[in-house]
Design a protein around this ligand. Structure first.
Ligand code: SOE
Length: 382
């Protein structure tokens, strides 16, 4: 089996999620021609890199991502550092001819994203952004049902929420390792770029492009201490955001995200209503797809709860795992994404979402923030 030598940059939560995928993918997708090899992990903190390498099995460490990119034994880099660094690393990697995998969102804003798209396209290197929720089997099944036209002649509504509650306390700092997402400099935006970006990526994949948006945002805690400097500074991110939109297919979208929904840790839900049928999915019950079909015989009509664990091609990806009825989880979505990437790579195809596709999400995020700032409708540039 050919090898794909990987260099991981950043060893936080996403570094672990991606590494788990790199380690497991060839075992569960043995038909792949190419196996990722954990060649090097890079982190500015040498001790953290060393610990991560020992725990997860990376062969070497680097503390400067430029040195990692200069290494001839690295084929692909996987960027798992705060959004602030995505652009610089991705462009430098593309210029050195490396394959570039990048954690979502693509960048802090679409201007940065455009430069990244230009760089990977100019270099002609394979690229992908980790919008992992597409590869949860129940969500992939929703995509198949929608593409087959099961929902009917027209889609009327698309609804999504992503709710959390981890930043309610004013004592949570901004900046630093675990809390850089609260620092606008590092993240670019708050829930819009972090959580709504997931909802938007899934939405445009399932339901097509968005024409325009009308949004509101709120920053509930106005000042926070910076985790590194200790200085109390204004908070520049959106703590909560809700928006309406028109999809190009004529349907109406309604999206909400917050880190202030007490009791919700990561509640991602979506619902789509078409002429004949509706679909509903909930991350907390991620192996189930709810389906209602008005064409069913009246006596039996109702919401079906499909346990998406079947084999024989009925349910995406599930043949690769255990036996029907046994579930998989969050981490498997990353394994599936890596398997799809490797499949595309070996056949010379782009793997979705690539940088260009992820730029569409970025443009919608920018339009959402601009709409909230202007307090009015905003077109999404194409
Ligand atoms: C934020 O808390 C976060 O970890 C996001 O950054 C991830 O992308 C999301 O999948 C879960 O929540």
């Amino acid at each position: 089996m050919a090898k794909l030598n990987l260099g991981l940059i950043g060893c936080g939560f996403m570094g672990r999620a991606h590494t788990n995928a790199h380690k497991r993918v060839a075992d569960f997708f043995p038909d792949l021609e190419c196996r990722p090899v954990l060649q090097a992990v890079c982190d500015v903190k040498e001790e953290a890199a060393r610990r991560f390498a020992a725990q997860w099995g990376y062969a070497s460490i680097e503390t400067d991502w430029r040195r990692l990119l200069d290494r001839s034994d690295i084929d692909a880099v996987d960027i798992c550092v705060p959004n602030l660094y995505h652009k610089e690393i991705a462009i430098a990697a593309a210029e050195r001819g490396k394959i570039v995998l990048c954690e979502k969102p693509l960048a802090r804003n679409s201007a940065e994203g455009e430069e990244m798209v230009a760089a990977v396209e100019k270099a002609g290197v394979p690229n992908m952004v980790w919008y992992n929720y597409r590869r949860i089997p129940a969500v992939s099944l929703a995509k198949a049902l929608i593409d087959e036209g099961k929902l009917g002649r027209q889609i009327y509504h698309y609804r999504a929420n992503f709710l959390q509650d981890w930043t309610i306390s004013p004592d949570v700092p901004q900046g630093g390792d675990g809390t850089w997402r609260l620092d606008v400099q590092a993240a670019g935006s708050g829930v819009t770029g972090d959580l709504l970006a997931h909802c938007i990526d899934t939405a445009i994949w399932l339901n097509g492009s968005v024409n325009d948006v009308c949004a509101m945002t709120e920053t509930f805690v106005k000042e926070r201490k910076h985790a590194v400097s200790g200085a109390v500074q204004p908070v520049g991110i959106d703590d909560a955001c809700a928006f309406f939109c028109h999809f190009a297919n004529g349907s109406l979208g309604l999206f909400e995200s917050t880190r202030y929904a007490r009791g919700h840790k990561a509640l991602y839900t979506l619902e789509i209503n078409g002429t004949d049928a509706s679909i509903r999915w909930d991350l907390h019950d991620l192996h189930r797809l709810e389906y209602f079909d008005h064409r069913d015989e009246g006596r039996l009509r109702g919401w079906r709860s499909i346990h998406v664990t079947d084999h024989g091609g009925a349910h995406p990806y599930m043949d690769r795992w255990w036996v029907p009825g046994l579930q998989i989880g969050y981490e498997h979505s990353f394994v599936h994404q890596m398997a799809d990437f490797l499949k595309c790579y070996q056949s010379g195809q782009a793997c979705s979402p690539n940088f260009r596709e992820a730029l569409e999400t970025q443009r919608i995020c920018d339009a959402v923030l601009e709409s909230a700032r202007k307090r009015g409708w905003q077109d999404v540039p194409r």
